[in-house]
Design a protein around this ligand. Structure first.
Ligand code: HEC
Ligand code: HEC
Length: 191
């Protein structure tokens, strides 16, 4: 390697790895989140989303959106306010690395069937993937709490949540109130 190439390699490494993601540090920083999001991010309260096993990229982007005011919630906004970019990356990596537990929810089998059919018709899996397992900036939905999913779909439809670059705003307009209930039963019931 010529010296100029070596210098370039060093500069490139420095700019791409300015922060080494630290799951252990993330675990410590996540202590503030446990009262609401549950041990390891396995929330027991259905209005607080499960974070265990969620995509790290998605968690990071949501924290950034809460901090910058693109997504608003009276409980979450103050929690994100004091997190640095490094804090967000570390807690996101920590929660993504946790094993999600099955939530407690008595799904109505008829609504699960209807919710599944609607999700096929509207092509939710085109973005959220088969089994709603998510990818990168697209959240995992499988096994998420009924109350939380119901609220998000309602918020997207009413345009109370608008940090989705229009993806969910468009989709949610095609859902009736009953579709939202059925889809939330279906999602909460996926292992
Ligand atoms: C006082 C309770 C509370 C605390 C503490 C709290 N959260 Fe939250 N969090 C919430 C609520 C409520 C929501 C759902 C907001 C909504 O309905 O849109 C949420 C949503 C989120 C989301 C969005 C998840 C998704 O699926 O879109 C992330 C990510 C998140 N919280 C991370 C954290 C992290 C990291 C911490 C700790 C630094 C934390 N929260 C602390 C209550 C809390
Ligand atoms: C064109 C791609 C696309 C399609 C199709 C799509 N979604 Fe989404 N969905 C997204 C993206 C991107 C986000 C994350 C938005 C953000 O960053 O805030 C999201 C977020 C969500 C959330 C919020 C999850 C959370 O943890 O807060 C729910 C619930 C959801 N989608 C349900 C659905 C359902 C149900 C369908 C089918 C009826 C669907 N989506 C179809 C792209 C899509």
């Amino acid at each position: 390697m010529k010296p100029a190439h070596i210098l370039f390699a060093i500069l490139a490494t420095r700019s791409f790895q300015s922060h080494a993601i630290d799951i252990e540090a993330g675990k410590k920083k996540a202590e503030a989140c446990i009262p609401c999001h549950g041990a390891n991010g396995n929330s027991a309260v259905p209005t607080f989303p499960v974070l265990a096993g969620q995509s790290a990229r998605y968690i990071y982007l949501q924290l950034k959106d809460f901090k910058e005011g693109a997504r608003k919630n009276p409980m979450m906004t103050p929690m994100a306010a004091n997190l640095s970019k490094e804090d967000m990356q570390d807690v996101a990596a920590y929660f993504a690395d946790q094993q999600p537990l099955r939530i407690k929810f008595n799904a109505d089998p008829e609504r699960v069937k209807l919710g599944f059919a609607k999700s096929q018709e509207v092509l939710c899996t085109m973005c959220h993937l088969g089994g709603m397992k998510g990818q990168n900036e697209i959240p995992k939905l499988a096994g998420q709490h009924y109350d939380y999913i119901f609220k998000q779909l309602t918020d997207f439809k009413a345009r109370n949540r608008t940090n989705d670059a229009g993806n969910m705003a468009a989709v949610s307009q095609t859902l009736s109130d009953d579709d939202i209930i059925n889809i939330s039963h279906y999602i909460a019931n996926i292992n």
